[in-house]
Design a protein around this ligand. Structure first.
Ligand code: MRU
Length: 348
């Protein structure tokens, strides 16, 4: 029986987030009553993964609207713009955040002549729609992607791209799920993914719950496995894809893609179309989030780096499109030349 992990749920007037900082040890919910709670949850990684933070931000803007409807109508719109800006700044790289907020802003604009309670109602409907659609989109990515997974395949993945990183089901992990649902005998290697350990804590947790065979490795083992011919396929997610296919994803992805190219292992990115930033020509324009040094100097409050030592902690890196064999979207698998292929998705 497959378990569909849902990272978030809006009920009883508040947003319930599984606190991903505490998994797998504790299954605790973090409750967001206000848009400031939502901003905190995204910035502090209570919720993470591009599609999940997009949907979370949408509910954040709805919570803001609920609060601001108490004010005069002329104050409502500037306050909404401020709240949206604050939510957008909570993390830098994942374009899903800006994409979801833009959808919410469009509703605010379209409905601006209506009474505030009506606008607020429409915003809730839109946030629900974003969340609902995400699961359908992931299932579709899974259906396309599973065709790439051969019987008995050994798959390497990085970070967490499962139900926890999305509203449910997952992107790269959704492909793995979809293959498993078809009774394919697969084995997954999950990179632990320093420093947040999304692979060791979250991917391993999700796969174990579903009985999908998984082996956790430290990130530096990947090269040996790939060189020794132990990996048939690499599938990762994406935080932002430029129009030419260059892809920003969790730090370490680029290294895997170089290994894949060198040892001729198929390397695929699985992501919804909303992850494509058509405003960017290539990946050099993608802002790469840099996070606090403490994430590297400390492991669960234990200091492992001497005082006063510099740390460089980018959360993502850039994989050039030449290293990618295909981008699995909900509308099909796009291959090089990416510029044309990705642009065609706009029309479908
Ligand atoms: O820093 P995180 O945990 O938010 O990074 C997540 C990733 O890099 C994922 O691969 C990406 O968001 C895709 S999730 C479906």
């Amino acid at each position: 029986m497959l378990v569909i992990f849902k990272s978030l749920e809006f009920k009883e007037g508040k947003l319930f987030l599984i606190d991903q900082r505490k998994l797998p040890g504790e299954k605790e919910y973090f409750l967001c009553h206000t848009y400031q709670d939502v901003e905190y949850a995204i910035a502090r990684m209570v919720v993470r993964g591009a599609p999940a933070i997009g949907a979370t931000a949408a509910y954040g803007l709805y919570l803001a609207a609920k609060e601001f409807q108490k004010h005069a109508k002329r104050d409502f719109f500037p306050k909404m713009r401020e709240a949206s800006y604050m939510l957008r700044k909570s993390r830098a790289t994942a374009v899903s955040l800006a994409w979801a907020l833009k959808r919410m802003e469009r509703i605010t604009e379209e409905e601006q002549d209506k009474e505030l309670p009506e606008i607020v109602k429409r915003l809730k409907e839109e946030a629900d729609k974003i969340a609902r659609e995400d699961i359908e989109i992931n299932r579709s990515i899974g259906r396309y992607g599973r065709e790439l997974v051969a019987e008995g395949a050994v798959i390497l993945t990085h970070c967490n791209t499962g139900g926890l990183a999305t509203v449910g089901y997952g992107t790269a992990l959704g492909v793995i799920r979809a293959a498993y649902e078809r009774d394919k005998k697969i084995h997954v290697y999950a990179n632990e993914t320093r420093p947040w350990l999304q692979g060791a804590r979250l991917t391993a947790f999700e796969l174990r719950e579903e009985g999908i065979p998984v082996t956790v490795i430290i990130d530096s083992v990947a090269a040996t496995l790939i060189r020794d011919g132990k990996i048939d396929l690499i599938i990762v997610g994406a935080d932002r894809i430029a129009s030419n296919g260059d892809t920003a994803n969790k730090i370490g992805t680029f290294m895997l893609s170089e290994l894949a190219k060198n040892y001729h292992v198929p390397f695929y990115v699985a992501a919804p179309v909303s992850t494509i930033d058509f405003e960017l020509d290539n990946g050099s324009e993608i802002e790469i989030e840099e996070r606090a040094p403490e994430e590297v100097t400390h492991i669960q409050s234990i200091q492992i780096v001497p005082d006063g030592v510099d740390v460089y902690n980018p959360a993502f890196d850039l994989t050039p499109h030449e290293n990618i064999d295909g981008i699995i979207t909900e509308k099909g698998i796009i291959r090089a030349p990416y510029k044309e292929g990705l642009a065609s998705l706009k029309q479908i």
